[in-house]
Design a protein around this ligand. Structure first.
Ligand code: ARG
Length: 586
């Protein structure tokens, strides 16, 4: 199936060639925008005229005389100081949508990017033996959506879940387990995620208590860290138990989040252990890193502490230990040289921005990153409570992610139950989960990632407003109309005149391809949520103004059903790219 050229692209092509004919020396950019006054407005003439020292209105008039109105462009006129207002024919709108509708791959005629590459995306990276909190929610939700968006544009995407599974705290945990050997004993598949976490939590608290109270235990725990780093088999086997137990928990949370995380893509900090020494050697030999008070450090002119002294990135501590930075630098080498990435994307809390700034700059100096291989932190803001402060329980503790999700599902189930007309209890439970999880994801994705947002369940499951529930109901309502249509089928009739509300809906539906391309290129799922919300709103207006099953003629019924169906497919595909389900009935 050949991709479908968007109406905006057809218009842009026509304008570009008209501009080039009028002003042969310039590279024309018509700067096309959707507009209230006409279907599109071209704003680029002013800048071009300025560059060519021409009169903008005259240039605009010349361009207009070179554009043929006809098949796609119904009307083009000069407005204001030199804008062009363009109106599209009804026929072109219906015909273009019909071509999208005919795409049996489900892609709605959306083309692949011109030059796709390979992106390694680092997201959904909780820490072993620790609870998952809302910060981990953001990374998982944003990362999952960006992954879908990129794959949809044809990018090769390698997922890396950089879990925290290494470090000194494991000495304490392993030593405790060694001295209390049956604490994690059970057969595979025997424990639920919740049980796994409470086992780990119990063990962690007990180990910590002993560590703080008993000097001799502390010494034994420290020795364990050395054994672990040296790769002592028995120590490693016990470490593995913690990792396995934690993964049972992680997978249960990801499943609740309706997110596919593959075991093979979980490459935690420990996965780079064998590279650490070499990474340090390469950095030291090239002079990128230098010894300072025994530690191996990288310095930056523009990064200074409050006292004015430079703050270095510490690649190796003076006691020989490696930390977070050495691991991330080794991961860069792996991703660039083994996985052959052109783009390294990190979906990580904005509070780690300084770390990544230093790590990326170090990798650039070492030549691992360059013009052909770039690294980007998709930094996200903090989740706030209703009071506008970082999200905490009343006791001031971090809120467990699972508790939040369960509460969202409960609230959503109540909403579904209240509206349900012909749903069984089982269906209510299933829909409640889809609506609740969708609500949480949508709220996260609909604010631009770098901003903080308030976690407000009342708002998230509200039926009116910019929520996933609103979109899910719009989708389900369309499905119900299609079911009620009986014999009548959705069929496009390009010969029919369109109502204004049909035109607005149709033009917006046609803009799906451009929206997806933009959201993927900018790693900005919120552009897609805004688009879908607008689509559902335009559909609501259409549905108010244009009777579907009671339209004037059989052809008009078919054409309106067709508009309903293409809207539904666009909603479905768009929501899928956000990781959100669209139930057929609600
Ligand atoms: N595990 C870390 C945390 O919970 C996030 C890891 C981010 N990824 C990375 N390559 N450093 O904060």
């Amino acid at each position: 199936m050949a991709p479908v050229t968007s109406l905006s692209d057809s218009v842009e092509q026509q304008l570009t060639s008209a501009i080039s004919a009028a002003l042969p020396e310039t590279s024309a950019d018509p700067l096309l925008r959707r507009s209230d006054r006409a279907d599109f407005q071209a704003n680029g003439i002013l800048a071009l005229a300025k560059k060519a020292k021409a009169n903008p209105r005259e240039l605009a008039t010349q361009v207009v005389s070179r554009v043929e109105s006809g098949d796609v462009i119904k009307d083009i006129e000069v407005s204001g100081p030199g804008f062009l207002n363009i109106t599209i024919t009804d026929r072109a709108i219906t015909r273009n949508l019909a071509a999208r509708y005919a795409d049996d791959t489900g892609r709605l005629g959306v083309p692949h990017a011109a030059h796709p590459g390979t992106t390694v995306i680092d997201y959904a990276q909780p820490n072993v033996a620790k609870e998952m909190h809302v910060g981990h929610l953001r990374s998982a939700v944003i990362g999952d959506s960006v992954t879908q968006l990129l794959e949809f544009t044809g990018e090769t995407v390698v997922r890396r879940h950089h879990i925290g599974d290494w470090g000194t705290q494991f000495g304490m945990l392993i030593q405790y387990l060694e001295e209390h050997p049956h604490e994690l004993d059970h057969k595979a598949g025997e424990v639920s995620g919740e049980e796994a976490m409470s086992n780990l939590d119990r063990l962690y608290k007990a180990a910590r208590k002993l560590f703080d109270a008993d000097e001799e235990f502390k010494t034994r725990a420290r020795r364990r860290v050395v054994d672990l780093q040296a790769g002592d088999p028995q120590t490693l086997a016990m470490w593995q138990k913690f990792v396995d137990e934690s993964k049972i928990y992680f997978f249960s949370v990801f499943e609740k989040l309706d997110m596919e995380i593959r075991d093979a893509d979980i490459v935690g900090e420990s996965g780079y252990n064998d590279m650490l020494a070499e990474t340090c050697r390469l950095l030291e030999e090239s002079g990128v890193a230098v010894r300072s008070e025994g530690a191996l450090c990288v310095f930056f002119d523009d990064i200074k502490g409050p006292d004015g002294n430079p703050v270095p990135l510490i690649v190796q501590k003076s006691d020989g230990g490696y930390g977070y930075a050495a691991t991330d630098l080794s991961a860069i080498r792996d991703r660039v040289f083994n996985l052959k990435a052109n783009t390294l994307l990190y979906v990580v809390d904005a509070r780690q921005s300084l770390h990544f700034k230093m790590v990326f700059e170090t990798a650039r100096r070492a030549g691992w990153l360059n013009e052909d291989v770039k690294a980007v932190q998709l930094a996200f803001g903090t989740v706030l409570g209703k009071d506008g402060k970082p999200f905490k329980t009343r006791e001031g503790e971090t809120v467990r992610l699972v508790d939040l999700l369960d509460e969202a599902i409960d609230r959503a189930s109540a909403v579904v139950r209240e509206k349900a007309q012909d749903l069984s209890e089982e269906e209510i439970a299933e829909r409640g989960t889809q609506v609740g999880i969708g609500a949480v994801k949508y709220a996260d994705l609909s604010t631009s990632a770098n901003r903080d947002y308030k976690f407000d369940l009342d708002q998230m499951v509200s039926l009116n407003g910019d929520t996933s529930v609103y979109l899910q109901y719009a989708y389900a309502r369309i499905q119900s109309i299609l079911r009620k249509a009986g014999e009548a089928r959705p069929v496009a009739h390009p010969e029919l005149d369109l109502h204004e509300a049909e035109r607005a809906l149709g033009l917006h539906a046609d803009a799906f391809a451009a929206t997806v391309a933009e959201a993927a290129a900018e790693y900005a799922p919120h552009k897609l949520t805004a688009y879908l919300y607008q689509l559902a709103s335009l559909y609501t207006t259409f549905y108010d103004k244009c009777p579907v099953l009671k339209a004037e003629s059989p052809e008009q019924i078919e054409n309106r059903l067709f508009l309903c169906d293409i809207t539904a497919r666009t909603l479905h595909q768009g929501m899928a790219l956000l990781g959100i389900r669209t139930p057929e009935r609600l």
